[in-house]
Write a new protein. Structure first.
Lengths: 497, 244
């Protein structure tokens, strides 16, 4: 089922809205979490007997806890503004991947149990009971949403399907129908401290190895410090940065920036993960508990600043939610925003003239930039709205000579998800990931054809992993994707200032 | 006093009651439900004044819809502006003397009737012609358009085809407001028009017409982007912090 063959969509030279193909993706659902994975997070191990009542009760609870959900269940007028905005719809043609239809999977149940019209005239307003078929649809299609919020940009009422998806996943978790990939990872964070499940000693080894490699490359003692008390900066970065390609290249970039600027910094073995899959499953307490490790590490190490590495959803949680979840940050240096994005740090140093670059070092690359959804539509960098678009591009153009943006409707707030966000970066959803990448691949192909672009920079660990896997399906080289600090790393001048 | 007048008098009190109380209850529930996290769709304004401006652009110009689909925007925006003008024009039935702005708007309100009907036609056509919109349309979506269209057409019929006794209608409406009830003319077109308007008021708080108050409570649109500067904690989230 999950690994069945599928056809990679062909890239067209201009975007085409596909005709509706009902049921095109109904076969696809991710593996269900096993009992031990579920119970480790405090969720029921399997679908509970009275799941229907429990689910409705949970929905009622969430409607009372989240204004977003309550308003978004009521406000939709079925105008269709969002219907051609989701990359999963554009890539699959399955109408239930239209944001409005995805929301309606919950809205029609909401109407049946919580509204006058749905209780008394269900057929008229399209209200249905929460049957097993409906639940299966939920499981399938609420795991075909990457919570990228592109639909919320275009909705006249700002309805954010991510909020609905999160609520649906939270309800399903509460009745014992969790998703294996996300919940297994959350368990690892609680047990070990990061998504990859790298224990402290292994992390230490890796960082020592990186120091040796970097010394070989540069001849300089560039440190990758771990658990250093009294460091100025605590760097919280996605654990993929420690082990995965191309992620690690950006980690080396951060280290070089700190080295060149003379900023003392440290990683933490306790909080060795920026990612926070608690957000993906819409569970406030999970999200808070995962975040709490950062606060504990910051206080334990006595740092003055917290900086976050290249990771999209992590930056959303850090920027938008940390102050709520684990604030106040009154124990940190008030002269810096908390948290700071590594791009803000680097950009600020560049603007102040504290870093020098050999831009020619990146001359073999013709670069474009993929705005990651959570950075673009759910956070900010710098002082001005839209700084999240300006700052990474300003870094790129400071460290490289050749840069071309993709089509305007596919970048900035209109950016397309890589296709692997929101807890979908798992092999059992590969068909969805490939098809969902279609709009981005088409935009990329345009700049490849027109400008010879051969490198797509991004600042998200999931984007990097997803593109590495998906680019070859569309005939691109997997090494076309990499981090912004990978470019910084290549061009930065060290030690000869 | 005829049975008809009694019926319509009662209907309008009932409809007004449902509309006002139903809407007030909904607004109260929106206002009371916390928004525990900062979820503004960014780039978002960094000041409350900026949020006011963003909201004003949404309410007045339908900015997000404009970004999304020009056809839906043209029909949707034209419909709402026309409806506003038509409603303003109708204020003359509820005041004596009539405000000057309402007097001045009369001719515009008349033409707005055509725009209203045309825009509704466009919106309805989309429900049939665009396969995506057809897929998501429920019977109530079609009936809502039919209801609005019937109100518009019956109103225009009285203005352009078969005039009704508007002096008597005005007396009836003022009577409702002053609790000094007056007879309603037994003109079938008028009766249809008024009954449908009453129906619209009654279904307002239990239908998708809640998009009107909903927009103002939408966290993605009404939140300030100041998460790092100002700590935002809802009551139930704060309770979590007290636990060990």
């Amino acid at each position: 089922m999950a690994t069945a063959a599928f056809e990679t969509p062909t890239l067209k030279s201009y975007p085409v809205i596909p005709p509706v193909q009902a049921g095109a993706m109904s076969h696809l659902k991710p593996f269900v979490a096993s009992g031990p994975i579920q119970t480790a997070l405090g969720f029921p191990g399997e679908l509970v007997d009275d799941w229907q009542d429990k689910a409705i009760a949970k929905m009622g609870e969430l409607l009372g806890k989240y204004r977003s959900l309550q308003v978004y269940m009521d406000a939709c007028v079925h105008c269709g503004a969002c219907s051609d905005k989701c990359h999963y719809f554009l890539g699959t043609g399955d109408p239930k991947n239209m944001p409005v239809a995805r929301q309606d999977l919950m809205r029609k149940v909401y109407r049946r149990y919580f509204t006058f019209a749905g209780k008394h005239f269900p057929k008229l307003v399209g209200a249905v009971e929460l049957t097993r078929d409906v639940l299966d649809d939920w499981y399938s299609y609420y795991h075909q949403c990457s919570e990228c919020r592109r639909c919320s940009v275009f909705c006249p009422y700002g309805i954010d399907t991510a909020e609905v998806t999160m609520a649906a996943r939270e309800i399903m978790d509460s009745i014992g129908m969790g998703q294996k990939y996300a919940n297994e990872i959350i368990g690892k964070v609680h047990r070990i401290g990061n998504n990859l499940g790298i224990p402290g000693p292994a992390l230490e080894n890796t960082l020592e190895g990186l120091e040796e490699d970097t010394k070989e490359d540069t001849g300089l003692d560039i440190k990758f410090p771990l658990d250093i008390k009294g460091a100025e900066v605590l760097l919280i970065t996605p654990s993929a940065d420690f082990f995965s390609e191309p992620h690690v290249e950006s980690l080396i970039g951060y280290a070089k920036v700190f080295h060149a600027a003379g900023i003392s910094w440290t990683l933490s073995s306790h909080a060795s993960e920026a990612g926070n899959f608690g957000m993906f499953i819409g569970n406030y307490e999970q999200m808070r508990n995962i975040s709490m490790r950062v606060r504990e590490a910051a206080q334990e190490l006595g740092v003055k600043r917290i900086v976050v590495g290249e990771c999209g959803h992590a930056w959303r949680v850090a920027y938008s939610f940390w102050n709520t979840l684990i604030g106040p940050f009154d124990y940190l240096d008030p002269r810096y925003p908390v948290p700071q994005h590594i791009c803000e740090v680097t950009d600020d140093l560049i603007q102040r003239g504290a870093l020098q670059f050999d831009k020619d070092a990146n001359d073999d690359r013709i670069i474009t930039f993929h705005d990651s959804c959570n950075v673009a539509r759910a956070s900010r960098m710098g002082n001005l709205p839209g700084g999240q678009f300006v700052i990474p591009r300003r870094i790129i153009t400071s460290v490289a000579n050749h840069f071309h943006d993709m089509a305007p409707q596919t970048i900035h707030e209109g950016t397309f998800c890589c296709g692997g966000g929101g807890g979908l970066l798992t092999d059992d959803l590969m068909e969805l990931r490939v098809k969902g990448a279609l709009p981005r691949m088409e935009a990329l192909k345009d700049v490849v054809d027109d400008h010879g672009v051969n490198f797509m920079a991004t600042i998200c660990a999931i984007c990097k992993a997803q593109f590495t896997k998906v680019l070859p399906y569309y005939g691109f080289n997997m090494s076309m994707v990499g981090g912004v600090h990978q470019l910084v790393s290549k061009a930065i001048r060290l030690g000869e200032k | 006093m005829t049975l008809l007048t009694i019926f319509y008098t009662a209907l309008f009190y009932f409809a007004t009651g449902v509309f006002v109380i139903g809407l007030a209850l909904k607004i109260r529930s929106y206002a009371r439900t916390p928004a525990p996290l900062k979820i503004a769709t960014t780039p978002a304004p960094v000041t409350p004044a900026g949020v006011g401006w963003r909201m004003a652009r949404e309410v007045v110009f339908f900015e997000s819809l404009f970004k999304s689909s020009k056809w839906t925007w043209i029909f949707g925006w034209a419909f709402h502006v026309a409806l506003l003008l038509v409603v303003l024009r109708h204020l003359r039935y509820f005041q004596q003397p009539v405000w000057l702005p309402v007097v001045l708007i009369q001719p515009f309100g008349t033409y707005a009737g055509f725009a209203l009907v045309a825009a509704l036609g466009g919106l309805w056509a989309r429900r049939w012609l665009v396969d995506r919109v057809r897929y998501i349309s429920t019977p109530s979506d079609h009936l809502m358009l039919a209801l609005l269209l019937a109100i518009g057409l019956s109103g225009m019929a009285m203005r352009f085809v078969t005039h009704t006794d508007i002096v008597a209608v005005k007396a009836f409406m003022l009577g409702l407001m002053r609790f000094d009830w007056k007879p309603l003319p037994a003109d079938p077109v008028l009766l249809v028009h008024l009954a449908l308007v009453a129906l619209l008021m009654i279904i307002f708080p239990i239908s998708k017409l809640l998009h009107a108050p909903g927009l103002f409570f939408s966290p993605t649109r009404n939140q300030t982007d100041n998460a790092r500067e100002v700590r935002h904690v809802s009551a139930w989230a704060a309770a979590l912090e007290k636990r060990p």
